[in-house]
Design a protein around this ligand. Structure first.
Ligand code: NDP
Length: 320
């Protein structure tokens, strides 16, 4: 058997969303010679949205792809070694940390920044793909603005769905909240807020069957009390369809070694991107169940790179 190739890296960054590239910009400028593996979705979740209007510094807005391209070029400009590849396994039992890329190659990292993001959950309907970027969104704060004065639906019954419905209700003329159970799972305070908002209608015990429309979403097909004797099908005219049924943090590869919460978000020391392992940091959505914004991800990416720089110089001092 041919032995696996091993490469030594001072600062390894996994993930290419705003957290990963911001970490790379800072790490490269601090002479940490960062290597960044782009992961499953180069550019991260923003590449699936259309326009980004809330990232500071772009007064006229920017496309998600354009923003990520800018960040990538900025990271490359300072010497980040940007590579295609997915972290498929990790051995974080001791430093240097060993990460396997694409199941083929193992690299050794003195410091590691995990910026693998989170993936929004979808219902799994073919229409979600068909209307991606044409009325289907999993980010109300990113895309809500495009539905001013329009009618939208939000799927989900948790805090995210309620928060999204409230946010959208201040922009859209009407918001339908599509909830599969006869009750909301969200916290009491969120439930109350949603119930009090006049332009939100909660459709309990409804499931989505599909979407329709010529050049974008024009409506949704629903079923009430599916499988029951009083099952009822109906269609509603809507302009936007928002998923808020949770996110899955992309932390599987690392879960054996670092602490995660019940949903899989990496636990960091509050107020820092530090994990329980020295030299291993987590930034962006993989460690953030609360904010999940490009700008907050970029902020924690910056913090992770600064922490990596401090950690590496401490080690150098000890060794030197
Ligand atoms: P949750 O897992 O809490 O809720 C997901 C919701 O989506 C549930 O109502 C669930 O229904 C529904 N759902 C899941 N799959 C489907 C499906 N296939 N079809 C229809 N509905 C589906 O996720 P959230 O993102 O809402 O919240 C995650 C965590 O973040 C929670 O702990 C929450 O409290 C927290 N959070 C807190 C906020 C705050 O404090 N302001 C804001 C946002 C999130 P069902 O109930 O039937 O399982």
């Amino acid at each position: 058997m041919i032995p696996m190739e091993k490469e030594k890296i001072r600062c390894l960054i996994i993930g290419s969303g705003p957290a990963g590239f911001t970490a790379a910009i800072y790490a490269a400028r601090a002479n940490l010679s960062p290597v960044l593996y782009e992961g499953i979705q180069p550019g991260g979740q923003l590449t699936t949205t259309t326009d980004v209007e809330n990232f500071p510094g772009y007064p006229e807005g920017v496309t998600g792809v354009g923003l990520m391209d800018d960040l990538k070029r900025q990271a490359a400009r300072f010497g980040t070694d940007i590579r295609m590849g997915i972290a498929t396994a990790a051995d974080l039992s001791e430093a240097p940390y060993r990460i396997t890329i694409d199941g083929e190659k193992t690299v050794e990292a003195e410091s590691l920044i995990i910026a693998t993001g989170a993936t929004a959950r979808y219902l799994g309907l073919p229409d979600e793909q068909k209307y991606a970027g044409m009325g289907v969104s999993a980010c109300a704060t990113c895309d809500g603005f495009f539905y001013r004065g329009k009618v939208v639906a939000v799927v989900g019954g948790g805090d995210t769905a309620c928060e999204d419905a409230l946010y959208l209700s201040s922009l859209a003329s009407k918001v339908y909240l599509i909830v599969r159970k006869p009750f909301l799972r969200a916290s009491k305070v969120m439930q109350e807020r949603v119930s009090c908002r006049e332009n939100i209608s909660i459709l309990f015990e409804h499931r989505t069957l599909g979407l329709y429309g010529e050049n974008g979403v024009e409506g949704v097909h629903l079923v009430k009390r599916q499988g029951e004797p009083d099952e009822e099908k109906r269609s509603l005219a809507i302009d936007g369809f928002f998923l808020a049924i949770g996110h899955t943090p992309n932390s599987t590869v690392f879960r054996e070694w670092i602490e995660t919460d019940a949903a899989g978000y990496i636990k960091t020391i509050p107020g820092t991107p530090r994990t329980i392992l020295p030299g291993v940091f987590a930034a962006g959505d993989v460690a953030d169940p609360h904010y999940r914004q490009a700008i907050t991800a970029a902020g924690t990416g910056c913090m992770a790179a600064i922490e990596a720089e401090r950690y590496l110089s401490e080690i150098n001092k000890k060794q030197g």
